[in-house]
Design a protein around this ligand. Structure first.
Ligand code: 5AD
Ligand code: SF4
Length: 475
Protein backbone atom coordinates (compact mmCIF):
# COMPACT_ATOMS: atom_id res chain seq x y z
CA UNK A 1 0.00 0.00 0.00
CA UNK A 2 1.09 3.49 -0.56
CA UNK A 3 -0.73 6.41 0.86
CA UNK A 4 -2.26 8.79 -1.60
CA UNK A 5 -4.03 11.23 0.63
CA UNK A 6 -7.71 11.97 1.00
CA UNK A 7 -7.71 13.48 -2.44
CA UNK A 8 -5.73 12.35 -5.38
CA UNK A 9 -2.69 14.53 -5.55
CA UNK A 10 -1.10 15.81 -8.70
CA UNK A 11 2.53 16.49 -8.24
CA UNK A 12 5.06 17.84 -10.61
CA UNK A 13 8.07 16.27 -8.96
CA UNK A 14 10.72 18.54 -10.36
CA UNK A 15 9.43 22.07 -10.57
CA UNK A 16 12.98 23.31 -10.28
CA UNK A 17 13.93 21.59 -13.51
CA UNK A 18 15.95 23.43 -16.06
CA UNK A 19 13.39 24.20 -18.74
CA UNK A 20 15.81 26.23 -20.76
CA UNK A 21 18.17 23.40 -21.62
CA UNK A 22 18.71 22.81 -25.30
CA UNK A 23 17.38 19.69 -26.95
CA UNK A 24 14.07 18.03 -26.31
CA UNK A 25 11.79 18.66 -23.40
CA UNK A 26 9.73 16.27 -21.33
CA UNK A 27 6.80 17.22 -19.14
CA UNK A 28 5.73 14.60 -16.60
CA UNK A 29 2.53 14.90 -14.65
CA UNK A 30 2.49 12.59 -11.66
CA UNK A 31 -0.64 11.35 -9.96
CA UNK A 32 -1.02 9.46 -6.73
CA UNK A 33 1.51 7.91 -4.46
CA UNK A 34 5.14 8.54 -3.62
CA UNK A 35 6.06 5.48 -5.63
CA UNK A 36 4.87 7.30 -8.72
CA UNK A 37 6.82 10.42 -7.76
CA UNK A 38 9.90 8.23 -7.46
CA UNK A 39 9.18 6.48 -10.77
CA UNK A 40 8.81 9.83 -12.53
CA UNK A 41 12.25 10.78 -11.28
CA UNK A 42 13.59 7.55 -12.72
CA UNK A 43 11.92 8.24 -16.06
CA UNK A 44 13.56 11.65 -16.27
CA UNK A 45 16.89 10.07 -15.37
CA UNK A 46 16.41 7.49 -18.14
CA UNK A 47 15.53 10.22 -20.65
CA UNK A 48 18.39 12.59 -19.82
CA UNK A 49 21.00 10.69 -21.88
CA UNK A 50 18.54 10.83 -24.79
CA UNK A 51 18.75 14.63 -24.70
CA UNK A 52 15.53 15.29 -22.81
CA UNK A 53 15.43 18.04 -20.19
CA UNK A 54 12.46 18.45 -17.89
CA UNK A 55 10.05 21.28 -18.37
CA UNK A 56 7.23 22.57 -16.25
CA UNK A 57 5.56 24.08 -19.34
CA UNK A 58 3.28 21.56 -20.99
CA UNK A 59 2.88 23.66 -24.13
CA UNK A 60 6.59 23.53 -25.02
CA UNK A 61 7.06 19.80 -24.37
CA UNK A 62 8.20 17.33 -27.02
CA UNK A 63 7.09 14.50 -24.80
CA UNK A 64 4.26 14.55 -22.27
CA UNK A 65 3.97 11.65 -19.85
CA UNK A 66 1.02 11.13 -17.53
CA UNK A 67 2.20 8.91 -14.70
CA UNK A 68 -1.15 7.70 -13.49
CA UNK A 69 -2.67 6.20 -10.36
CA UNK A 70 -5.53 3.71 -10.40
CA UNK A 71 -6.36 3.50 -6.73
CA UNK A 72 -9.07 6.15 -6.68
CA UNK A 73 -12.49 6.28 -8.21
CA UNK A 74 -12.84 7.34 -11.85
CA UNK A 75 -9.05 7.30 -12.23
CA UNK A 76 -9.24 6.23 -15.86
CA UNK A 77 -11.93 8.84 -16.69
CA UNK A 78 -9.75 11.58 -15.23
CA UNK A 79 -6.85 10.43 -17.38
CA UNK A 80 -9.00 10.51 -20.53
CA UNK A 81 -10.17 14.02 -19.79
CA UNK A 82 -6.58 15.12 -19.14
CA UNK A 83 -5.55 13.61 -22.48
CA UNK A 84 -8.31 15.66 -24.11
CA UNK A 85 -6.93 18.81 -22.52
CA UNK A 86 -3.38 17.99 -23.63
CA UNK A 87 -4.62 17.31 -27.13
CA UNK A 88 -6.04 20.83 -27.36
CA UNK A 89 -2.75 22.33 -26.19
CA UNK A 90 -0.90 20.16 -28.69
CA UNK A 91 -3.19 21.11 -31.57
CA UNK A 92 -2.73 24.80 -30.76
CA UNK A 93 0.85 24.36 -31.94
CA UNK A 94 -0.48 24.06 -35.47
CA UNK A 95 2.00 22.58 -37.94
CA UNK A 96 4.26 21.77 -35.02
CA UNK A 97 1.62 19.71 -33.20
CA UNK A 98 2.92 16.30 -34.25
CA UNK A 99 6.22 17.01 -32.52
CA UNK A 100 4.52 16.51 -29.17
CA UNK A 101 4.34 12.83 -28.26
CA UNK A 102 1.98 11.71 -25.54
CA UNK A 103 2.66 8.79 -23.22
CA UNK A 104 0.53 7.26 -20.47
CA UNK A 105 2.42 5.41 -17.73
CA UNK A 106 1.59 4.03 -14.30
CA UNK A 107 -1.23 1.91 -12.99
CA UNK A 108 -4.00 3.17 -15.30
CA UNK A 109 -1.74 2.32 -18.25
CA UNK A 110 -1.15 -1.13 -16.78
CA UNK A 111 -4.86 -1.71 -16.16
CA UNK A 112 -6.27 -0.24 -19.38
CA UNK A 113 -3.53 -1.15 -21.87
CA UNK A 114 -4.79 -1.15 -25.49
CA UNK A 115 -8.07 0.40 -24.41
CA UNK A 116 -6.26 3.75 -24.00
CA UNK A 117 -5.20 3.74 -27.65
CA UNK A 118 -8.71 2.83 -28.70
CA UNK A 119 -10.39 5.60 -26.71
CA UNK A 120 -7.66 8.18 -27.15
CA UNK A 121 -5.84 7.58 -30.45
CA UNK A 122 -3.83 10.77 -29.88
CA UNK A 123 -1.76 8.79 -27.35
CA UNK A 124 1.50 7.50 -28.82
CA UNK A 125 2.75 5.30 -26.01
CA UNK A 126 1.16 3.30 -23.17
CA UNK A 127 3.59 1.68 -20.75
CA UNK A 128 3.28 0.03 -17.37
CA UNK A 129 5.54 0.30 -14.31
CA UNK A 130 7.65 -2.66 -15.39
CA UNK A 131 8.77 -1.06 -18.64
CA UNK A 132 10.19 2.26 -17.49
CA UNK A 133 13.76 1.15 -18.08
CA UNK A 134 12.81 0.46 -21.70
CA UNK A 135 11.49 3.99 -22.20
CA UNK A 136 14.27 5.20 -24.55
CA UNK A 137 13.77 2.13 -26.80
CA UNK A 138 10.00 2.53 -26.74
CA UNK A 139 10.37 6.17 -27.74
CA UNK A 140 12.47 5.18 -30.73
CA UNK A 141 9.58 3.00 -31.91
CA UNK A 142 7.22 5.95 -31.41
CA UNK A 143 9.53 8.24 -33.36
CA UNK A 144 9.53 5.65 -36.16
CA UNK A 145 5.77 6.20 -36.38
CA UNK A 146 4.43 3.28 -34.32
CA UNK A 147 1.83 3.35 -31.56
CA UNK A 148 3.32 1.37 -28.69
CA UNK A 149 1.58 -0.49 -25.85
CA UNK A 150 3.95 -2.12 -23.37
CA UNK A 151 2.20 -3.56 -20.35
CA UNK A 152 3.85 -6.95 -20.04
CA UNK A 153 4.63 -8.18 -16.56
CA UNK A 154 7.99 -9.94 -16.81
CA UNK A 155 8.90 -10.41 -13.13
CA UNK A 156 12.60 -10.66 -13.93
CA UNK A 157 12.41 -7.12 -15.30
CA UNK A 158 11.20 -5.61 -12.06
CA UNK A 159 13.57 -2.93 -10.83
CA UNK A 160 15.42 -2.77 -14.13
CA UNK A 161 14.19 0.81 -14.25
CA UNK A 162 15.87 1.48 -10.93
CA UNK A 163 19.56 2.26 -10.60
CA UNK A 164 21.81 -0.80 -10.26
CA UNK A 165 24.36 -1.19 -7.50
CA UNK A 166 26.51 1.70 -8.68
CA UNK A 167 24.08 4.40 -9.69
CA UNK A 168 25.67 6.72 -12.19
CA UNK A 169 22.99 9.37 -12.30
CA UNK A 170 21.39 9.67 -8.90
CA UNK A 171 20.60 13.35 -8.80
CA UNK A 172 19.25 14.61 -5.53
CA UNK A 173 16.51 17.19 -5.94
CA UNK A 174 16.40 18.40 -2.38
CA UNK A 175 17.20 17.27 1.10
CA UNK A 176 14.63 14.51 1.32
CA UNK A 177 14.33 11.62 -1.11
CA UNK A 178 12.28 8.53 -1.79
CA UNK A 179 13.97 5.21 -2.41
CA UNK A 180 12.01 2.21 -3.68
CA UNK A 181 12.98 -1.01 -1.91
CA UNK A 182 10.19 -3.33 -2.99
CA UNK A 183 7.33 -3.31 -5.45
CA UNK A 184 4.10 -5.17 -5.80
CA UNK A 185 1.94 -6.91 -3.25
CA UNK A 186 0.83 -10.46 -2.51
CA UNK A 187 -1.83 -9.57 0.03
CA UNK A 188 -4.85 -9.35 -2.26
CA UNK A 189 -7.10 -7.22 -0.10
CA UNK A 190 -10.43 -7.64 -1.85
CA UNK A 191 -10.85 -3.91 -2.61
CA UNK A 192 -7.40 -3.23 -4.02
CA UNK A 193 -5.97 -3.11 -7.56
CA UNK A 194 -2.31 -3.03 -6.57
CA UNK A 195 -1.67 -6.80 -6.80
CA UNK A 196 -3.02 -6.61 -10.36
CA UNK A 197 -1.40 -3.36 -11.52
CA UNK A 198 1.95 -3.72 -9.75
CA UNK A 199 2.15 -7.50 -9.69
CA UNK A 200 3.73 -9.87 -7.20
CA UNK A 201 5.89 -8.63 -4.36
CA UNK A 202 9.59 -8.36 -5.31
CA UNK A 203 12.37 -6.88 -3.19
CA UNK A 204 15.54 -5.18 -4.39
CA UNK A 205 18.89 -6.56 -3.26
CA UNK A 206 20.34 -4.90 -0.16
CA UNK A 207 23.54 -3.79 -1.93
CA UNK A 208 21.60 -1.86 -4.59
CA UNK A 209 19.60 -0.02 -1.97
CA UNK A 210 22.63 0.83 0.15
CA UNK A 211 24.48 2.08 -2.93
CA UNK A 212 21.57 4.26 -3.96
CA UNK A 213 21.17 5.62 -0.44
CA UNK A 214 24.88 6.47 -0.28
CA UNK A 215 24.66 8.26 -3.61
CA UNK A 216 21.66 10.26 -2.40
CA UNK A 217 23.42 11.26 0.81
CA UNK A 218 26.56 12.19 -1.12
CA UNK A 219 24.33 14.46 -3.20
CA UNK A 220 23.08 16.24 -0.07
CA UNK A 221 20.03 14.22 1.01
CA UNK A 222 19.46 14.17 4.77
CA UNK A 223 16.25 12.16 4.96
CA UNK A 224 15.32 9.03 3.01
CA UNK A 225 11.88 7.46 2.88
CA UNK A 226 11.96 3.82 1.83
CA UNK A 227 9.05 3.03 -0.45
CA UNK A 228 7.08 -0.04 -1.27
CA UNK A 229 3.44 -0.91 -1.79
CA UNK A 230 3.92 -3.31 1.10
CA UNK A 231 7.29 -2.05 2.31
CA UNK A 232 7.57 -4.09 5.49
CA UNK A 233 7.20 -7.32 3.48
CA UNK A 234 10.70 -6.42 2.24
CA UNK A 235 12.99 -9.47 2.04
CA UNK A 236 15.96 -8.49 -0.09
CA UNK A 237 19.00 -10.57 -0.87
CA UNK A 238 21.98 -9.77 1.37
CA UNK A 239 25.65 -10.11 0.35
CA UNK A 240 25.86 -13.60 1.93
CA UNK A 241 22.89 -14.75 -0.12
CA UNK A 242 20.47 -14.78 2.82
CA UNK A 243 17.17 -12.96 2.80
CA UNK A 244 17.03 -9.83 4.90
CA UNK A 245 14.03 -8.01 6.38
CA UNK A 246 13.30 -4.30 6.68
CA UNK A 247 14.57 -4.05 10.27
CA UNK A 248 18.05 -5.21 9.19
CA UNK A 249 17.95 -2.99 6.13
CA UNK A 250 17.24 0.04 8.32
CA UNK A 251 20.26 -0.89 10.47
CA UNK A 252 22.50 -0.99 7.42
CA UNK A 253 21.27 2.34 6.15
CA UNK A 254 21.43 4.01 9.55
CA UNK A 255 25.23 3.88 9.59
CA UNK A 256 25.57 5.98 6.44
CA UNK A 257 27.45 9.09 7.48
CA UNK A 258 25.36 12.22 6.92
CA UNK A 259 22.00 10.43 6.76
CA UNK A 260 19.98 11.99 9.57
CA UNK A 261 16.54 10.51 9.13
CA UNK A 262 14.94 7.32 7.87
CA UNK A 263 11.26 6.67 7.23
CA UNK A 264 9.38 3.94 5.39
CA UNK A 265 5.93 3.57 3.92
CA UNK A 266 3.49 1.77 3.57
CA UNK A 267 3.25 -1.16 5.92
CA UNK A 268 0.87 -4.04 6.48
CA UNK A 269 0.17 -5.08 10.09
CA UNK A 270 0.98 -8.73 9.36
CA UNK A 271 4.52 -7.87 8.26
CA UNK A 272 5.45 -5.81 11.32
CA UNK A 273 8.04 -8.25 12.70
CA UNK A 274 10.11 -8.10 15.91
CA UNK A 275 13.23 -6.77 14.23
CA UNK A 276 11.32 -3.91 12.64
CA UNK A 277 9.68 -3.04 15.96
CA UNK A 278 13.14 -3.17 17.57
CA UNK A 279 14.43 -0.77 14.89
CA UNK A 280 12.01 1.85 16.23
CA UNK A 281 13.49 1.38 19.69
CA UNK A 282 17.18 1.05 18.80
CA UNK A 283 17.91 3.22 15.79
CA UNK A 284 17.91 6.92 16.56
CA UNK A 285 17.50 8.05 12.97
CA UNK A 286 14.37 5.93 12.37
CA UNK A 287 11.72 8.58 12.84
CA UNK A 288 8.94 8.05 15.41
CA UNK A 289 6.21 7.85 12.81
CA UNK A 290 4.44 4.83 11.37
CA UNK A 291 1.81 4.58 8.67
CA UNK A 292 0.09 1.30 9.49
CA UNK A 293 -3.32 1.04 7.84
CA UNK A 294 -6.06 -1.16 9.27
CA UNK A 295 -8.91 0.01 6.93
CA UNK A 296 -11.73 -0.91 9.35
CA UNK A 297 -12.28 -1.56 13.04
CA UNK A 298 -14.83 -4.31 12.41
CA UNK A 299 -13.63 -7.91 12.37
CA UNK A 300 -16.42 -8.78 9.98
CA UNK A 301 -15.19 -6.17 7.49
CA UNK A 302 -11.54 -7.08 8.03
CA UNK A 303 -12.38 -10.68 7.10
CA UNK A 304 -14.40 -9.57 4.07
CA UNK A 305 -11.48 -7.37 3.02
CA UNK A 306 -9.13 -10.37 3.31
CA UNK A 307 -6.86 -8.42 5.63
CA UNK A 308 -5.92 -11.62 7.43
CA UNK A 309 -5.73 -10.04 10.88
CA UNK A 310 -8.27 -9.04 13.51
CA UNK A 311 -8.87 -5.79 15.31
CA UNK A 312 -7.36 -7.34 18.42
CA UNK A 313 -4.18 -8.38 16.54
CA UNK A 314 -3.81 -4.76 15.43
CA UNK A 315 -4.42 -3.25 18.86
CA UNK A 316 -1.92 -5.65 20.45
CA UNK A 317 0.62 -4.89 17.75
CA UNK A 318 0.29 -1.16 18.30
CA UNK A 319 0.78 -1.81 22.03
CA UNK A 320 4.08 -3.56 21.29
CA UNK A 321 5.30 -0.85 18.94
CA UNK A 322 4.40 1.87 21.41
CA UNK A 323 6.21 0.00 24.17
CA UNK A 324 9.29 0.06 21.92
CA UNK A 325 8.87 3.71 20.95
CA UNK A 326 6.47 5.51 23.30
CA UNK A 327 6.40 8.81 21.36
CA UNK A 328 5.50 7.12 18.07
CA UNK A 329 2.93 8.98 15.94
CA UNK A 330 0.53 6.69 14.15
CA UNK A 331 -1.04 7.17 10.78
CA UNK A 332 -3.46 4.91 8.94
CA UNK A 333 -5.87 4.40 6.07
CA UNK A 334 -9.59 3.82 6.48
CA UNK A 335 -12.25 2.74 4.02
CA UNK A 336 -15.89 3.50 4.77
CA UNK A 337 -18.80 1.85 3.02
CA UNK A 338 -17.07 -1.37 2.09
CA UNK A 339 -19.76 -3.73 0.69
CA UNK A 340 -21.93 -5.06 3.50
CA UNK A 341 -20.73 -2.47 6.07
CA UNK A 342 -23.49 -1.86 8.61
CA UNK A 343 -23.85 1.06 10.98
CA UNK A 344 -22.49 -1.23 13.74
CA UNK A 345 -19.40 -2.08 11.64
CA UNK A 346 -18.82 1.61 11.02
CA UNK A 347 -19.18 2.36 14.75
CA UNK A 348 -16.48 -0.27 15.33
CA UNK A 349 -14.15 1.76 13.11
CA UNK A 350 -14.89 4.94 15.06
CA UNK A 351 -14.29 3.14 18.36
CA UNK A 352 -11.00 1.72 17.06
CA UNK A 353 -9.86 5.21 16.09
CA UNK A 354 -10.73 6.43 19.59
CA UNK A 355 -8.92 3.49 21.13
CA UNK A 356 -5.72 3.94 19.10
CA UNK A 357 -5.50 7.72 18.65
CA UNK A 358 -4.01 8.78 15.31
CA UNK A 359 -1.66 11.69 14.65
CA UNK A 360 -3.09 11.81 11.13
CA UNK A 361 -4.78 9.44 8.72
CA UNK A 362 -6.18 9.03 5.23
CA UNK A 363 -9.77 8.01 4.67
CA UNK A 364 -11.73 7.01 1.61
CA UNK A 365 -15.18 6.02 0.50
CA UNK A 366 -15.07 2.50 -0.87
CA UNK A 367 -15.07 2.59 -4.65
CA UNK A 368 -15.34 -0.60 -6.70
CA UNK A 369 -12.24 -1.31 -8.77
CA UNK A 370 -13.04 -3.47 -11.78
CA UNK A 371 -11.50 -6.92 -11.50
CA UNK A 372 -11.24 -6.94 -7.70
CA UNK A 373 -13.39 -9.40 -5.69
CA UNK A 374 -15.30 -6.76 -3.71
CA UNK A 375 -16.41 -4.92 -6.86
CA UNK A 376 -18.88 -7.65 -7.73
CA UNK A 377 -20.35 -7.82 -4.22
CA UNK A 378 -24.12 -7.34 -4.26
CA UNK A 379 -24.36 -5.47 -0.93
CA UNK A 380 -22.87 -2.18 -2.13
CA UNK A 381 -23.45 0.67 0.35
CA UNK A 382 -25.41 3.64 -1.04
CA UNK A 383 -23.36 6.71 -1.93
CA UNK A 384 -25.14 9.03 0.52
CA UNK A 385 -24.49 6.60 3.40
CA UNK A 386 -20.82 6.42 2.45
CA UNK A 387 -20.56 10.22 2.30
CA UNK A 388 -22.20 10.67 5.69
CA UNK A 389 -19.92 8.06 7.27
CA UNK A 390 -16.82 9.58 5.71
CA UNK A 391 -17.75 12.98 7.12
CA UNK A 392 -18.15 11.59 10.63
CA UNK A 393 -14.93 9.64 10.39
CA UNK A 394 -12.95 12.60 9.08
CA UNK A 395 -14.32 14.88 11.79
CA UNK A 396 -12.96 12.46 14.40
CA UNK A 397 -9.61 12.08 12.62
CA UNK A 398 -9.28 15.85 12.24
CA UNK A 399 -9.93 16.34 15.96
CA UNK A 400 -7.25 13.78 16.76
CA UNK A 401 -4.78 15.40 14.38
CA UNK A 402 -5.35 18.83 15.88
CA UNK A 403 -5.03 17.41 19.40
CA UNK A 404 -1.78 15.68 18.45
CA UNK A 405 -0.39 18.89 16.95
CA UNK A 406 -1.53 20.93 19.95
CA UNK A 407 0.25 18.50 22.28
CA UNK A 408 3.55 19.65 20.78
CA UNK A 409 3.05 23.36 21.54
CA UNK A 410 5.73 24.56 23.97
CA UNK A 411 7.98 21.57 23.31
CA UNK A 412 11.35 21.62 21.61
CA UNK A 413 12.34 19.39 18.74
CA UNK A 414 14.71 19.15 15.82
CA UNK A 415 13.27 19.92 12.42
CA UNK A 416 14.71 19.40 8.97
CA UNK A 417 14.41 22.70 7.12
CA UNK A 418 13.58 21.72 3.57
CA UNK A 419 12.45 24.77 1.66
CA UNK A 420 11.36 28.40 1.70
CA UNK A 421 8.03 28.97 3.40
CA UNK A 422 5.02 30.87 2.09
CA UNK A 423 5.81 34.08 3.94
CA UNK A 424 8.95 36.10 3.22
CA UNK A 425 11.74 35.12 5.61
CA UNK A 426 10.01 31.88 6.52
CA UNK A 427 11.29 28.35 6.01
CA UNK A 428 9.30 25.13 5.94
CA UNK A 429 10.33 21.74 7.23
CA UNK A 430 9.10 18.62 8.95
CA UNK A 431 9.10 17.48 12.55
CA UNK A 432 10.21 13.95 13.45
CA UNK A 433 6.47 13.12 13.45
CA UNK A 434 6.13 14.34 9.85
CA UNK A 435 4.20 17.46 10.81
CA UNK A 436 4.83 20.46 8.55
CA UNK A 437 6.60 23.17 10.56
CA UNK A 438 7.07 26.86 9.65
CA UNK A 439 9.81 28.94 11.20
CA UNK A 440 11.35 32.36 10.56
CA UNK A 441 14.92 31.57 9.56
CA UNK A 442 17.60 32.52 7.11
CA UNK A 443 17.71 30.75 3.73
CA UNK A 444 21.21 29.56 4.61
CA UNK A 445 19.65 27.09 6.99
CA UNK A 446 17.79 25.23 4.25
CA UNK A 447 18.99 21.65 4.29
CA UNK A 448 19.99 21.68 7.96
CA UNK A 449 18.46 20.19 11.08
CA UNK A 450 17.65 22.87 13.62
CA UNK A 451 16.35 22.80 17.17
CA UNK A 452 13.12 24.78 17.47
CA UNK A 453 10.46 25.55 20.02
CA UNK A 454 6.88 25.04 18.91
CA UNK A 455 4.92 28.23 19.43
CA UNK A 456 1.52 27.40 17.96
CA UNK A 457 -0.52 25.44 15.46
CA UNK A 458 -2.30 26.39 12.32
CA UNK A 459 -4.86 23.89 11.10
CA UNK A 460 -2.58 21.02 10.14
CA UNK A 461 0.88 22.44 10.72
CA UNK A 462 3.06 23.84 13.47
CA UNK A 463 4.69 27.24 13.84
CA UNK A 464 8.01 27.42 15.60
CA UNK A 465 10.92 29.65 16.56
CA UNK A 466 14.57 28.78 16.26
CA UNK A 467 16.32 28.04 19.47
CA UNK A 468 19.53 30.02 19.28
CA UNK A 469 22.32 27.68 18.27
CA UNK A 470 25.75 28.49 16.90
CA UNK A 471 24.43 27.61 13.44
CA UNK A 472 21.29 29.64 13.76
CA UNK A 473 22.99 32.79 15.03
CA UNK A 474 25.66 32.55 12.35
CA UNK A 475 22.95 32.77 9.70
N1 5AD B 1 -11.75 2.06 -2.50
C1 5AD B 1 -11.42 2.94 -1.53
N2 5AD B 1 -10.21 3.04 -1.01
C2 5AD B 1 -9.25 2.24 -1.48
N3 5AD B 1 -7.96 2.11 -1.16
C3 5AD B 1 -7.43 1.16 -1.94
N4 5AD B 1 -8.36 0.65 -2.77
C4 5AD B 1 -9.52 1.30 -2.49
C5 5AD B 1 -10.82 1.23 -3.01
N5 5AD B 1 -11.15 0.35 -3.95
C6 5AD B 1 -7.31 2.87 -0.10
C7 5AD B 1 -6.86 1.95 1.06
C8 5AD B 1 -5.38 1.87 0.86
C9 5AD B 1 -5.10 3.26 0.27
C10 5AD B 1 -3.80 3.39 -0.42
O1 5AD B 1 -6.15 3.48 -0.62
O2 5AD B 1 -7.19 2.57 2.27
O3 5AD B 1 -4.68 1.63 2.06
FE1 SF4 C 1 -2.12 -2.70 0.51
FE2 SF4 C 1 -3.87 -4.74 0.56
FE3 SF4 C 1 -3.55 -3.29 -1.67
FE4 SF4 C 1 -1.59 -4.93 -0.87
S1 SF4 C 1 -3.63 -5.54 -1.54
S2 SF4 C 1 -1.35 -2.82 -1.62
S3 SF4 C 1 -1.78 -4.75 1.38
S4 SF4 C 1 -4.34 -2.52 0.33
Amino acid sequence: MVETGTNQTEINPHPEADATARGKKVFIKTYGCQMNVYDSTRMTDALAPEGYAETTKLEEADLVILNTCHIREKAAEKVYSEIGRIRKIRDARGADAKVMKIGVAGCVAQAEGEEIMRRAPVVDLVFGPQSYHRLPGLLKQVEAGHSVVETEFPEEDKFKHLPAAKPAVTRARGFTAFLTVQEGCDKFCTFCVVPYTRGAEVSRPVADIVAEARALVAAGVKEITLLGQNVNAYHGKAADGSSQGLGRLLQELAVIDGLARLRYTTSHPRDMDESLIAAHRDIACVMPYLHLPIQSGSDRMLAAMNRRHTRRDYVELIGKIRAARPDLALSGDFIVGFPGETEADFEDTLSLIREIGYAQAYSFKYSPRPGTPAAGHDEQVPEDVKSARLQRLQALLNDQQIAFNASKVGSTMEILLERKGREPGQLGGRSPWLQPVHVMASDQLIGTLQPVRITGITKFSLSAELIASPNASAA
